[in-house]
Write a protein that binds this ligand. Structure first.
Ligand code: GLN
Length: 485
């Protein structure tokens, strides 16, 4: 039996029927390390431990033990999420030798559910980027076309899922880092509502916007993973008490009558015509499912990106102050004073994009500019939030493209940060507004590059966006197409 591109349910069934053992499955993934070497999706592998764990699962299967929800499922974790005993580098030289001393809450939950962690995936340094070119561990290639970027910052995770180097991955999304690479690689990426999944043990970039979530091949699997990740955590006071529903049940309910809003500000002139066409086709498909489509307006949309980059850089400058060459990671070898330790360790340890953002953040927080930039951005954030709140009184979900273009060429935007920032134009608002969003494939360009559709939902309404995504995938087959590698 072929072990490639199995879903969580197919694996569970396979274990039950004794079609294959967990050790065979883990070996299958480990033998794919050649594909990994080519694409550079992982920063580190956890092969020995994974095989050992698989043998334990097999023993339990043999004696007919009741299996846990995700028992024996081989997964990967973005390398900004602390995983006890494993290197957690944030794809930065400054943390290149850092081994996590505790598990992030979400990792703890996944382990309790029985997953096998195959390794830690590559990403942009400290999750800053949209192309995965900002990694101290080298760029990641898009499996659909190796001259293209996989998106960022969770590029390694999206590639690992698209190229079947794991069953699913967990990434983080501050302004699109789960959804944009998912779109570029033709997989599903879910950014839950801020407060749905614990941030305890995530290496912070922008604490007020960061959120972790699943990258999977199907909406149904995103549902299964979210079920494990979601919920209150005493170690993260921003997680909410709000009830975690039974998502697997919720997504099977009909979508008939669901009101879908299409924000006109997301369909601007200059957008890629192939993307526009595929999104329109997807909207038609959803209409066929019995949903109601309505054009709506979100007038503050053009301000999202500027607001995002001001709030983000401000928080980056303070969050990254802790990497001082003393408490964590890299320390410069030639220093003559304490100031030298700080300056040289940071100068040597951080890459150019991280430095750029620290400097911008320091500027927007500085005396005399704080009011003009940072405080103003916070006010606009509130305006954007209000607009989305109002929109969700009119409609149940919003549909937009995930990205303005398909995966761009490696190097194409690398030297022009502003154009790079523009690739997040459709994703940042969900983080600013604190709502949830999912990206899923809705077709391919003429060059056979995946196109992503974004569905956004009201705070803590993950069930509805997952439901629509699930029903859409039941009627289409884009998620069953895989790159030839
Ligand atoms: N690409 C965006 C940025 O560079 C988003 C990053 C993210 O979500 N972590 O900020």
């Amino acid at each position: 039996m072929s072990l490639s591109y199995l879903t969580i349910n197919q694996i569970k069934q396979g274990f039950k029927n004794k079609d294959f053992s967990c050790s065979e499955l883990v070996k299958y993934y480990l033998t794919r390390s050649e594909v990994n070497q080519d694409l550079n999706a992982y920063i580190s592998l956890n092969s020995v431990q994974s095989l050992k764990q698989a043998q334990e699962v097999d023993k339990r299967l043999k004696v007919g033990k009741k299996m846990k929800d995700l028992e024996g499922i081989p997964v990967s974790i973005k390398d900004v999420i602390l995983t006890k005993g494993l290197k957690t580098t944030a794809a930065s030289k400054i943390l290149a030798d850092y081994t996590a001393v505790y598990d992030a809450t979400l990792v703890k939950r996944l382990k309790e559910a029985g997953v096998i962690i195959l390794g830690k995936t590559n990403c942009d340094e400290f999750v800053m980027g949209s192309s995965n070119e900002n990694s101290a561990f080298g760029k990641v290639l898009n499996p659909w076309n190796k001259s293209r970027v996989p998106g960022g910052s969770s590029g390694g995770s999206a590639v690992a899922v698209a190229a079947d180097l794991c069953v699913f991955s967990v990434g983080t999304d501050t302004g699109g880092s789960i959804r944009q690479p998912a779109a570029f690689c033709g997989v599903v990426g879910l950014k839950p509502t801020y407060g749905r999944v614990s941030r305890y043990g995530l290496i912070a970039m922008t604490s007020s916007l960061d959120q972790a979530g699943p990258i999977t091949r199907t909406a149904e699997e995103a549902t299964q993973v979210l079920q494990v990740l979601a919920g209150k955590d005493i170690y993260d006071s921003t997680t909410t008490q709000s009830r975690v529903e039974n998502y697997s049940q919720a997504i099977k309910k009909p979508v008939k009558g669901l009101k879908i809003g299409v924000p006109k500000e997301y369909f601007i002139s200059g957008m890629d015509s192939e993307i526009e066409k595929k999104i329109q086709e997807a909207i038609k498909e959803m209409e066929k499912l019995g949903t109601k489509i309505k054009t709506i307006t979100l007038p503050s949309t053009p301000f999202s990106l500027a607001t995002y980059y001001i709030i983000l850089t401000a928080e980056v400058s303070s969050n990254l102050a802790r990497y001082d060459g003393i408490r964590y990671g890299w320390q410069s070898r030639v220093t003559h004073s304490l100031a030298d330790v700080y300056q040289k360790s940071r100068a040597e340890g951080f890459g150019p994009e991280v430095k750029r953002r620290i400097m911008m953040g320091t500027y927007v927080l500085s005396e005399g500019y704080k009011e003009a930039y940072y405080r103003k951005a916070l006010k606009v954030k509130q305006l954007i939030k209000n607009e989305y709140q109002k929109a969700f009184k009119e409609v149940d979900v919003l549909i937009t493209p995930t990205t303005p273009t398909v995966a761009f060429k490696i190097g194409e935007k690398f030297t022009d940060p502003l154009t790079m920032y523009l690739s997040d134009i459709y994703t940042v608002a969900a983080n600013i507004a604190g709502i949830c969003g999912i990206s899923l494939g809705c077709g391919f360009s003429k060059q056979k590059l995946p196109i992503g559709l974004q569905i956004m939902g009201a705070p803590f309404n993950e069930a509805t966006i997952l439901k629509l995504a699930y029903h859409y995938q039941q009627h289409t087959n884009f998620h069953q197409q895989h790159p030839k590698i």
